[in-house]
Design a protein around this ligand. Structure first.
Ligand code: CTP
Length: 396
């Protein structure tokens, strides 16, 4: 869990500096307190104002211009982690040699916090023996290196040296800072709204984006769990998560029910359709068919099956998307479906649920109630996992 953790984000001068903006945004969204340091080179590639606006504090870049007479020792000592993305050959070399020639290198040398370097440079530079030796030296000292990827580089040539994917970088921060308190658990999460075909072209769906499910998978993997995500959404999954795909309510049910017994915790964040067209057409319905109504039939609510069939070691978590009488309706679902926990959200409230990056939920178990105020979905995910862990501790 990186909520409340102080992350110094060092940005050095390479084309990939623009990606630091997105990394900063993601870390902030996950609850971190991000303090950006830009080198003089970085400022040539990306606007200082952009990072200052997104981070928790304005950009720092000088040993001499700050109010604090010794900014590097303050930053180095207070940091829970220092992330340098992108890290140029110069930064890697000076850090490996123990040379302090700007605020970032001074901070790195004045810190005992874990350090993650994300190199980005041209293939020739990355493969140069001097750079490789510096990387090995730093790794031997415990520095974590998120290796660059193969891909298109600045200037159009292709090779190794492209900054690692933002997901991989954020996961590395998460895993370094997060206590592995879910290491023993196998967790299945479902995400997204199902699509129920009318014909090969059209379908009925709902407003679910899958974001809360993906945030749950990301949080669970960062806390050491073994995670499977069953998703209806075409979106890159968090690093380390096993992904299974489903489209309809019936697909989702088959995938989940086939493997449910293997999991300690099942979190049904997916918005499963309650109705499906009774007779989906095998050919596209033509306009000329003048269809005026659509016959629907109910889908099977398999969360009820999961609740009824759960074994003593299992924790089953459901969601309740409501627009009125939140607590009452959610409590009814909790009991009816024999759940251990239900995550209730009022999807009609501003910034809550579905396509938003934020959520506000009520966590209800048969004996407990906890309100989680409007927060990023990643922060909400950690609160849900905390509640699951508490319930399991009480049970054992
Ligand atoms: N669910 C399910 N199978 C269905 C419908 C829902 O497993 N066919 C699960 C959802 O994944 C969610 C929970 O049941 O975790 C509650 O879904 P929700 O749509 O809020 O409630 P419903 O039980 O469908 O009731 P209603 O639509 O009347 O509010």
């Amino acid at each position: 869990m990186i909520s409340g953790k102080k992350v110094v984000l060092g940005v050095t001068g390479g084309i990939a500096a623009y990606k630091a903006v997105e990394i900063c945004r993601r870390l902030i969204e996950n609850g971190a307190n991000v303090v950006p340091i830009m080198t003089a080179g970085a400022k040539r590639f990306v606007g200082e104002v952009t990072l200052s606006a997104l981070a928790s504090e304005p950009v720092k870049s000088s040993l001499w211009d700050e109010e604090d007479p010794i900014p590097h020792t303050t930053l180095g000592q207070e940091a829970d982690l220092i992330l340098v993305a992108p890290a140029t050959a110069r930064l890697i070399g000076t850090y490996a040699a123990g040379i302090s020639n700007d605020l970032l290198t001074a901070t790195l040398l004045a810190s005992r916090a874990p350090v993650i370097l994300c190199p980005a440079m041209h293939t020739e530079m990355w493969e140069h023996p001097a750079v490789q030796e510096n990387i090995r030296t730093l790794q031997n000292r415990g520095v974590i290196v998120v290796a660059p990827e193969d891909g298109v580089l600045a200037g159009g040539d292709i090779g190794k040296g492209r900054l690692a994917g933002i997901n991989a970088i954020v996961s590395s921060v998460e895993q370094t800072l997060t206590e592995s308190d879910l290491q023993e658990l196998k967790i299945l999460v479902t995400a997204g709204g199902t699509r129920e075909p009318i014909d090969p072209v059209r379908f009925i769906t709902n407003r679910s984006s899958g974001k809360q499910g993906y945030a749950l998978a990301e949080a669970a993997i960062a806390r050491g769990a073994t995670v499977t995500l069953v998703t209806t959404v075409e979106q890159e999954a968090p690093v380390g998560v096993d992904v299974l795909c489903a489209e309809t309510a019936s697909d989702l049910r088959s995938v989940v029910m086939a493997c449910a017994d293997n999991y300690d915790v099942i979190i049904m964040a997916a918005a499963v359709a309650d109705f499906q067209p009774s007779k989906p057409e095998s050919r596209k319905l033509k306009k000329s068919s003048k269809m005026t109504n659509l016959d629907l039939e109910p889908t099977h609510d398999f969360l009820i099956d999961l609740g009824e069939g759960k074994s003593p070691h299992q924790t089953i978590v459901g969601f309740a998307a409501e627009t009125e009488e939140l607590e009452k309706n959610a409590m009814e679902k909790l009991h009816k479906k024999n759940l251990d926990l239900i995550v209730a959200n009022d999807v009609s409230a501003p910034d809550v649920g579905f396509a938003y990056d934020t959520n506000e939920v009520l966590l209800l178990s048969p004996t407990q109630k906890k309100a989680v105020p409007l927060s990023s979905k990643r922060v909400v995910a950690d609160k849900i996992l905390d509640a699951v862990l508490n319930l399991r501790k009480k049970k054992s």
